[in-house]
Design a protein around this ligand. Structure first.
Ligand code: ATP
Ligand code: MG
Length: 569
């Protein structure tokens, strides 16, 4: 009701059954266990590149990899693919560890880095040179690109392709020893410049790059390319099933080639479709732009699809895990409706978030026949659906606040809230009737509503027989706490903001700050990250910007309209 354009259409509110966690990946694993392909082992890994914060797509991969390890009583490693020092940072490493733990998964003592294996990878490089399967190439990056050919045209051999093994070994050592400038030489695999798969056209394995690495410092001036390192890291760690996203299907023949040429342990790579969400961008490059160009206030901005953003917004780890389970894994690219994520959250919050009353747009109501100075402590259930969550005392007095929207001087038909001469129930309290309004002399705005209450209508009392059509929430003016509420909407205005014009599709109204809110007294003990249902308004959590003077809440997600439900009670 107060959320304007954020309301969910009814159809999106359907509860979705959690499917049995069968999927094609588990079928492959079952089969491998049957045939004893990996000696009964199941060992996966989550391999992030520490060049940004994790997002909801990564969460899916985390749930998949750690979930499979858990269900098959196997193991899952956390491995940082830190082969690109110029873009990586320790800040990202720490945030990633934090996010994986927060999601509820643990790599125990299996935290690895591709950089742990730099020596080993260099050895492997030499091994390929000795086999005549790799060579040092003096072409520049641009020339390599020109030689590569296209999908319809074969590439051209590099003029350096037929260097002798000895010359290659010597040049590779000198690359490593820092004798050559950045970008002047590469080590390339000698495969096939006319392969229909472009990845097989003598891909670069090493480049010369003087960049300080966040772990190895300045030890190295050659760095392995992702395609060279990735499959070999999986092999070194004894990974059985290397789960990765579809775009790596075309790289699999290359990984296989490296493993087979080296004659080392061979994991099974399986590709699945990456998670795409409506109204969301998911590439780290774009998320970085949102942060760097000030479209949001940092990686943990509650509008961001990052795990840290979702956490600050109030998402629970359970809701994200349930969501990941529900979307399952697909073999083809698809787009998941963001309302599925929001519904997972609502379901979880409905169970665990205590109900409280809060007013986002306060309108003062004076109950003229209620004694001034009198305070009654009324009982409010913390969760009407779950008596084990107990109840709390809510103070009632002669001056209260209600939502501005819950009063209309000229009500439309079927308006069951407060209007002149009409009666409405105050949740957990009495039925009141509006007698008159006070307006601002110049603006005409309603500043006060006067009412009388019916003492025989106290909620829960035996004499309470009166039935009225509407129930509204309220807070006692002298007991309420001041609060700021940040109301979020989707970050993009269209379902698919993936085009080049994506920045023009950012929703300028994705954040509305309401600075004059009133929340019930119970919230005085609320701590950062505590989650609540503000009755009739949605789910909210305490933001870490809160101070001792003011509570700041994020609206986590709107509620489906609960009018019908409340009217019955
Ligand atoms: P981005 O494209 O957002 O920059 P990335 O793939 O480069 O992401 P990595 O750090 O390499 O980011 O990803 C770590 C793991 O997470 C990889 O195994 C990758 O396949 C997986 N992953 C990344 N994005 C998604 C996604 N949208 N859905 C599912 N898995 C994903
Ligand atoms: Mg990647």
């Amino acid at each position: 009701m107060t959320s304007g354009n954020n309301e969910q259409p009814e159809s999106m509110d359907k509860t979705v059954e959690i499917p049995e966690s069968r999927n094609f990946i588990r079928e492959i694993i079952d089969e491998d266990l049957k045939t004893d392909k990996f000696g009964g082992r199941v060992h996966t890994r989550f391999p992030p590149e520490p060049n940004g914060y994790l997002h909801i797509g990564h969460a899916k991969s985390i749930c998949l990899n750690f979930g499979i390890a858990r269900d098959y009583k196997g193991l899952c490693n956390l491995r940082f693919d830190d082969t690109n020092p110029s873009k990586e940072d320790i800040e990202y490493v720490e945030s990633i560890e934090n996010d994986v733990h927060w999601l509820g998964f643990d790599w125990e003592d299996r935290l690895y880095y591709a950089s742990d294996y730099f020596e080993q990878l260099e050895d492997y490089g030499r091994k390929l040179i000795k086999k005549g399967k790799a060579y040092v190439c003096d072409l520049s990056a641009d020339e390599i690109r020109e030689h590569r050919g296209t999908l319809t045209q074969p590439g051209k051999d590099s003029p350096y392709r037929n260097r002798s093994v000895d010359e290659n070994l010597d040049l590779f050592r000198r690359m490593r020893d820092g004798e050559f400038p950045d970008g002047s030489r590469t080590l390339r695999a000698k495969i096939d410049m006319s392969s229909p798969n472009l990845n097989m056209r003598d891909p670069v394995m090493y480049r010369i790059l003087r960049a300080t690495h966040h772990r190895t410092g300045d030890t190295w001036c050659i760095y392995p390319m992702y395609d060279w390192a990735h499959g070999l890291c999986d092999s070194i760690e004894g990974i059985t099933h290397s789960l990765c996203t579809l775009e790596f299907a075309d790289h699999r023949p290359l990984y296989d080639w490296f493993l087979d040429e080296l004659g080392v342990y061979h994991p099974q790579q399986i590709e699945f479709a990456r998670l795409n969400l409506t109204y969301t961008v998911m590439s780290k490059r774009r998320l970085l732009q949102l942060v760097d160009e000030g479209f949001v206030n940092g990686w943990d901005d509650p509008r961001m699809p990052t795990i840290t953003g979702l956490r600050r917004r109030g998402y629970t780890p359970e809701s994200i895990r349930n969501f990941a389970e529900r979307v399952g894994v697909a073999k083809r690219e698809n787009m998941i409706d963001i309302s599925l994520l929001e519904n997972s959250l609502r379901e979880d919050m409905n169970k665990c978030a205590p109900r409280v009353m809060a007013i986002l747009h306060p309108l003062k109501v004076i109950i003229d026949n209620y004694p001034e100075g009198k305070v009654e402590e009324l009982d409010g259930a913390n969760n009407p659906e779950d008596p084990s969550m107990g109840s709390r005392k809510i103070p009632f007095s002669n001056v209260i606040y209600i939502e501005r929207e819950d009063f209309r001087e000229n009500p439309p038909p079927k308006y069951f809230r407060l209007s002149p001469g009409a009666e409405v129930r105050l949740r957990y309290a009495y039925v009141i009737m509006c007698t008159n309004v006070v307006k601002d002399g110049t603006t005409g705005e309603i500043v006060e509503v006067h009412c009388t209450y019916d003492p025989e209508t106290k909620s829960g009392s035996s004499q309470n027989k009166k039935k009225v059509k509407g129930t509204i929430h309220w807070v006692s003016a002298s007991h309420a706490l001041a609060a700021e509420v940040r109301v979020y909407d989707r970050l993009f205005t269209v379902e698919d903001p993936s085009g080049e014009n994506w920045k023009t599709l950012i929703n300028p109204n994705a954040l509305a700050v309401l600075r004059d809110c009133k929340v019930e007294r119970t919230l005085s003990s609320a701590k950062v990250q505590d989650r609540f249902q503000f009755e009739r308004l949605g789910y909210f959590c305490v933001d870490n910007d809160s101070t001792k003077d003011i509570l700041i809440f994020n609206r986590t997600v709107s509620l489906r309209d609960t009018w019908a439900k409340i009217e019955k009670s």
